[in-house]
Design a protein around this ligand. Structure first.
Ligand code: FAD
Length: 518
């Protein structure tokens, strides 16, 4: 039986492989790295017994997504174990204020009343809005774009919501985080609480399209909480690999694909760096689409329909600082110790400045920080009484040209990484005095390190391509490459560079598996 060859073992490649293997297809997944999972990887990177998710931690998208619905029993039988968190996130501010969002609406209302009283009614209104819109919004994420099914779905949504609310929804999709938060909130803290979520997805507060994420993630945290992998996010990867293998599929590490073989313009197999050839009736590339021309014969890679993929732009860069801690930080806002994510924007204008500075190539003085405290809900990740913590620095230049503070002189991440990490730790001291004294060990992963671990993370872009509107929804990655098909026959694409974009959801793996099941 001719195989389906999948290049790359990211969440989407593995999801496609597991679903196709279960349907009886002959599958081989080839992974260039020594470990599977791409941007989902757990390692004792600081000290023994301290298990760090090097990249993604939050598995909520997968837990609530279509692949989980289809493979739940198989995955759980193969060891998948989730840890839910009812206290997903908070934002803290330089004056010691905190807004923490739990899964208890009433608890949230009481704390909002204390800190941002004028925004309580809007928070309730947005909660009702999400409850009303969720049944319409979430199915879009699971629908192929562009497609007839999507047109039918949009028509159904229009019928259900009516013209006025349907157009309001479109307006929300196009708004910036600033426009959205100005419309609903008065207090700078509430605006920051929501807008920080836009920064996760490469939306500075003034970029059109950021409102959707500010809305969905801020209120969604309250409605759906957060889900982590027990003992590390790789519980999910290990379970997917086991499901593929128990259904006869092969998943092979240390196997970099260097060529996609074509015959009469169709993909017929791949070649690896060590010269092995794998024939295939279909090839699925779980790759950042802009890397695909490198794997094609020179006659094809220069064709305009192929070479135009170079216009698919990365989002801004990300740095991860992993720490082993003797105890959780002594946040001035003491309740911050209870939350999985601690956001430090701190305010909307700071985020706007950070975004502009980073986009212009400068190292931001006070970048937006997403701080993960996984041991709050999963103590199994560190020895008893000890903790791990990660700091995700958002957003950073793709090429460093200068330093906003004019202190750091280097322009290469390998040179400046540790020095820049020192700046971040000093910034955190303001919010948690004595923080640095709690550090037992640290490991800094610069944007360049991210790309070294996984070539899909071009220049440290954690999203596999910016999510700005020109390359999102039915335009992802670019026209002519949509619908999880490349312009080459039998060469399919999945991964965060394709619809529905970044995140540990597996959605594009599911969609491409449907194409190959027909
Ligand atoms: C720091 C960071 C934090 C994040 N946090 C979260 C989070 O908490 N929650 C969330 O939902 N999302 C998060 N994300 C985003 C999410 O992790 C990614 O969008 C998602 O995991 C990408 O999956 P993918 O299917 O695109 O494949 P990838 O993870 O990009 O994996 C692709 C694989 O292909 C391999 N490969 C590349 N080229 C070749 C080749 N030529 N031959 C063979 N193999 C090859 C790579 O080595 C890699 O293993 C985060 C991302 C990063 C970087």
């Amino acid at each position: 039986m001719q195989k389906v060859v999948i290049i790359g073992s990211g969440i989407n490649g593995l999801s496609a492989a597991a679903l196709l293997a279960k349907r009886g297809k002959s599958i081989v997944v080839l992974e260039s790295s020594d470990k599977f999972g791409g941007a989902v990887r757990t390692e004792e990177i600081t000290l023994p017994k301290y298990k760090h998710d090097l990249f993604a931690t939050n598995l909520s998208l997968f837990a609530g997504g279509g692949v989980m619905a289809l493979l739940k029993d198989d995955l759980i039988r193969n060891g998948l174990d989730f840890v839910p968190s009812a206290k997903p996130y908070c934002s803290i501010f330089p004056d010691g204020k905190i807004i923490g969002i739990t899964m208890d609406r009433q608890v949230n209302i009481e704390s909002l009343k204390k800190i941002v009283p004028a925004d309580v009614e809007s928070w309730k209104l947005l909660t009702e809005k999400l409850v009303r819109l969720s049944p319409h919004l979430f199915p879009i994420l699971g629908t192929e774009l562009p497609s007839l099914a999507a047109v039918r779905l949009l028509f159904k949504i229009w019928r259900a919501l009516g013209t006025a609310e349907f157009f309001e929804l479109i307006r929300l999709l196009l708004q910036s985080s600033r426009a959205f938060t100005d419309e609903y909130f008065v207090h700078p803290e509430t605006k920051a609480l929501a807008a920080t979520w836009g920064m996760h997805l490469d939306y500075g507060p003034d970029i059109s399209g950021g409102a959707l994420f500010s809305f969905l993630e801020s209120i969604g945290g309250q409605e759906f909480g957060m889900v982590l992998g027990k003992g590390g996010a790789d519980t999910l990867i290990n379970a997917l690999v086991a499901v593929i293998r128990e259904n006869g599929g092969e998943v092979i590490a240390n196997s970099e694909v260097t060529e996609i073989e074509l015959k009469n313009g169709k993909a017929v197999g791949v070649k690896t760096a060590d010269g092995r050839i794998f024939d295939a009736k279909a090839v699925i590339a779980n790759l950042n689409p802009s890397l695909i021309p490198n794997l094609l014969p020179s006659a094809e890679k220069t064709l305009p329909k192929i070479s135009k993929i170079k216009n698919f732009r990365p989002g801004l860069g990300t740095m991860m600082i992993h720490l082993a801690l003797s105890e959780l930080p002594n946040w001035r806002a003491t309740e911050a110790r209870d939350f999985n994510y601690v956001h430090i924007g701190p305010y909307l204008d700071d985020m706007a400045m950070t975004y502009a500075v980073a986009a212009a190539g400068k190292l931001p003085k006070h970048p937006t920080l997403v701080i993960g405290q996984p041991t709050v809900s999963d103590p199994s990740r560190a020895p008893t009484g000890k903790h791990i913590l990660w700091i995700q620095v958002r957003v950073l230049p793709l090429e460093i040209t200068a330093d906003e503070s004019e202190e750091i002189t280097g322009t290469n991440w390998d040179e400046v990484g540790e020095e820049y990490a020192d700046r971040i730790l000093n910034n955190i001291e303001v919010y948690a005095p004595g923080f640095k004294e709690l550090i037992l060990a640290r490991k800094v992963l610069t944007p360049s390190d991210l790309e070294r671990y996984n070539s899909n993370l071009i220049k440290g872009d954690s999203l596999g391509g910016s999510h700005h509107p020109a390359q999102f929804f039915f335009l992802r990655p670019i026209p002519g490459w949509t619908g999880h098909k490349s312009p080459i026959k039998n060469l399919y694409i999945c991964g965060s560079g394709t619809w529905p974009g970044g995140g540990v959801g597996g959605g594009s793996g599911l969609m491409v598996s449907k194409l190959l099941s027909k």
